[in-house]
Design a protein around this ligand. Structure first.
Ligand code: TYD
Ligand code: MG
Length: 420
């Protein structure tokens, strides 16, 4: 055993100060939601996102809202540019200091001298340590600089946020190599053609990673979207064939979105299939199920299906909505207003629970929907909502009067709203 090293003190777990690990609110509720309350002092977060998504904007707004002493290190833009942006955002506050610098030793010296509560490094890829041999932006540089900043953050208890650019392909000499170094990894993304932006925690040592923060990029920065469902449905037209609403779940957050489909007879040898906002392969699978299990002839048709509003449907709970939208478009029969559908579809055409059905249906009822078609096993009682349970895709389409079932296997299981 090495007796040369003095033994460091240990502490009974009960005597560790839990208050030190408490998050401090950022002043922006949508950000706090994702962080389970806010940033924990001395913690290090990495904010990753594609160039132009709004990372610098978001962080400037965080610094303005959080109220503490803040240092914004801009390694990409000039201090003037940052000031102009802050003016546009209404984030011009004397408690925010700026440093336009790319050299790591100088940045560390500034942090040590300034002693802010919160420091932002925008971006970590643009910072370089002259003592490291490789060039700026290389993995060695990015990792080496981040390591030193993380060590400083822990020692001085200064909350540190590193910005990292991520490209669409996920090929990044930056963020991925840092994920294990930091306490929190946030991802900020959104469709280029939409104003909607989504903030998620990919990793979070101080809370859950299930919460979704939603923002809209407007003229004066990012605006929180507390009622996303209402926003997604604002422009919806009732009574149009090929349109249906489904309650999706993103993390813990229920979102009502419209799924649309357009079906036309194809002039091509191999008809076109286009899925927007969800997986192309999933559309192909669901079309095959529709054809084989519900008897709808989609093979000769071009099929376009999309999730409206720039949201990505990353869960199978939207399967039924895709099938219903396609079937409705194909037959020209519209879905009655006030109906939502929700459920995963198996290859046999059976409907499966998508998880957290009550939370989804409560959101549908809140927005004034009156009827829900769900898998039979997921039927629950929700105030103000008639919940209809069906076993197969064919039964679901029959319940919506899109197809006529010759010999129904089972009657739908109805949990009527009148029962409440
Ligand atoms: P930015 O925060 O610079 O993105 P990132 O740091 O992730 O590269 O934001 C860039 C985009 O946001 C830019 O295309 C313009 C737009 N934007 C607005 O629409 N409104 C605003 O108030 C601001 C500041 C930016
Ligand atoms: Mg930026």
């Amino acid at each position: 055993m090495n007796t040369q090293v003095p033994a460091p003190p240990t502490l009974p777990i009960t005597e560790v100060n839990a208050l030190e690990g408490r998050p401090h609110s950022t002043g922006l509720p949508e950000v706090d939601r994702v962080l389970s309350g806010g940033f924990v002092p001395g913690s290090v977060a990495l904010l990753g996102g594609e160039p132009g998504v709004g990372k610098s904007t978001l962080l400037l707004q965080v610094l303005a809202a959080c109220g503490g002493r803040a240092l914004y290190v801009t390694a990409e833009e000039s201090a003037q540019q940052v000031r102009l942006r802050a003016e546009r955002l209404g984030a011009l506050h004397p408690h925010i200091s700026l440093l336009a610098e790319t050299s790591l030793p100088r940045i560390r010296a500034a942090i040590a001298a300034h002693q802010p509560d919160l420091v932002v490094i925008d971006s970590i890829q643009a910072v370089a340590d002259p003592d490291l041999a490789s060039g700026p932006g290389s993995v060695t540089q990015v990792r080496g600089c981040a390591q030193q900043l993380v060590a400083d953050a822990k020692q001085s208890n200064i909350t540190t946020i590193l910005v990292g650019h991520v490209t669409k392909e996920g090929t990044l000499a930056g963020p991925r190599v840092l994920e294990h170094l930091v306490d929190t990894v946030l991802s900020f993304d959104g469709d280029r053609h939409h104003a909607l932006r989504m903030l998620r925690a990919v990793k979070h040592r101080f809370g859950t990673t299930h919460e979704l923060g939603l923002f809209e990029m407007v003229g004066d920065g990012l605006r929180a979207v507390p009622d996303a469902s209402q926003m997604f449905l604002a422009d919806r037209r009732n009574g149009v064939p090929g349109s249906v609403v489904t309650p999706l779940l993103d993390g813990h957050r229920p979102l009502l979105v419209e799924v649309q489909a357009l079906v036309t007879l194809s002039s091509l040898g191999s008809p076109r299939r286009s899925a927007q906002g969800f997986d192309q392969g999933r559309l192909a699978l669901l079309l095959a199920v529709l054809e084989q299990r519900a008897g709808l002839l989609v093979a000769p048709c071009d099929v376009y299906a999309s999730v409206v509003g720039g949201i990505r449907m990353g869960e199978p709970g939207g399967d039924l909505a895709v099938c219903v939208a396609v079937a409705s478009a194909l037959t020209g029969r519209s879905i009655p207003p006030g109906v939502v559908v929700c459920g995963e579809i198996g290859l046999a055409g059976e409907l499966r629970q998508a998880g957290h059905t009550p939370r989804r249906l409560t959101e549908a009822a809140r927005l004034g929907f009156s009827t829900a078609i769900v898998p039979r096993s997921a039927v629950v009682s929700v105030p103000q909502l008639e919940v209809i349970g069906v076993s197969t895709i064919a039964e679901a389409l029959a319940a919506l009067h899109i197809i006529d079932l010759v010999d129904p296997v089972e009657e739908p299981l109805v949990h009527s709203a009148a029962a409440h």
